[in-house]
Ligand binder design. Structure first.
Ligand SMILES: Nc1ncnc2c1ncn2[C@@H]1O[C@H](COP(=O)(O)OP(=O)(O)OP(=O)(O)O)[C@@H](O)[C@H]1O
Ligand SMILES: [Mg+2]
Length: 262
């Protein structure tokens, strides 16, 4: 598969008063088309910042991001963003939330509705198009959120802890759903999570970031065959892989505590 997304010498620092806070340091990544890559690392290591830079919402201090060979300058519909908290518009129905991006693009209602109905079916919400966000559960809202991000047909999906607010069972269901959808659409996915088992279950690779400034500490290949059943989470090989990543993060957190940097 060709490389879809590349970051070269990416650094980011934020200036607050006289202080300069280095958040990301020399991030070099090459992510292939259709690859599912998770990012894990201690809180504050720069994961959200990295996704926001890749989306084009903020600029790096140094370095660049190339998507399909082109430098990212600003947000584009070709890169969809799914956040931890759903960002649905409460006054719009489920259907109208999903069609929102298409309306902004000037597509006709008929065309937008066709796309939205197809996606609502894909996320298992085909009977809920006339409900409003407050009338459905958190898990359902996250599905609508996903359908909305997919509606404009991005090639790259940036997901920042999208399931963090869900209970454990709903979260597992959503992980399975996401893999099913990804297997059908084969988007390139960058997925941030604090749950190591979620990262291992979903991904082709797990990128472990060091504590701030975030650097790539290790890039762990996850080669369990696909499609993956939820039962692989109970296997010894799966637990081993989770432990390896867990230890890498723990090393980081311990060294930060020892430095007195928390
Ligand atoms: N706009 C900003 N201005 C100043 N500092 C910022 C800004 N955005 C983020 N930071 C700082 O950058 C660091 C990294 O933040 P970021 O949100 O990327 O971390 P994270 O890895 O996503 O953390 P978490 O796991 O808690 O979501 C933090 O110390 C944060 O305070
Ligand atoms: Mg974050």
């Amino acid at each position: 598969m060709p490389v879809k997304l590349k970051t070269q010498g990416l650094c980011k620092s934020f200036v607050r008063g006289d202080e300069e806070l280095l958040v990301l340091e020399d991030i070099n990544l090459a992510i292939n088309e259709g690859e599912f890559v998770a990012f894990v690392g201690a809180s504050g290591c720069g994961k959200t910042t990295l996704l926001r830079i890749i989306h084009g919402l903020i600029k790096p201090t140094h370095g660049e991001i190339l998507v399909a060979g082109e430098a990212v300058q600003e947000p584009s519909p070709s890169r969809g963003f799914v956040l931890q908290e759903d960002s649905l518009l409460p006054w719009r129905s489920v259907l109208r939330n999903v069609t929102f991006g298409l309306e902004v693009q000037g597509r006709s209602t008929k065309e937008a509705d066709l796309v939205a109905f197809e996606l609502l079916k894909l996320v298992g919400l085909n009977n809920f198009e006339n409900h409003y966000p407050l009338e459905i559960s958190g898990g359902m809202r996250q599905r609508v959120n996903l359908a909305r991000a997919l509606a404009v047909d991005p090639d790259v999906l940036l997901m920042d802890e999208p399931f963090a607010s869900l209970d454990a069972q709903t979260r597992e269901v959503m992980q399975g759903e996401l893999l099913r959808i990804w297997e059908q659409s084969r988007k390139t996915v960058l997925f941030v999570t604090h749950q190591i088992d979620e990262a291992v279950y979903l991904s082709d690779r797990v990128v472990v970031l060091s504590t701030r400034p975030g650097r790539v500490k290790q890039d762990v290949t996850i080669d369990f065959p696909r499609p993956r059943d939820l039962s692989i989470k109970r296997s010894a090989a799966f637990r081993d892989r989770v432990d390896v990543i867990w230890r890498l993060i723990e090393e980081e957190v311990v060294s930060t505590v020892e430095r007195g940097d928390v």
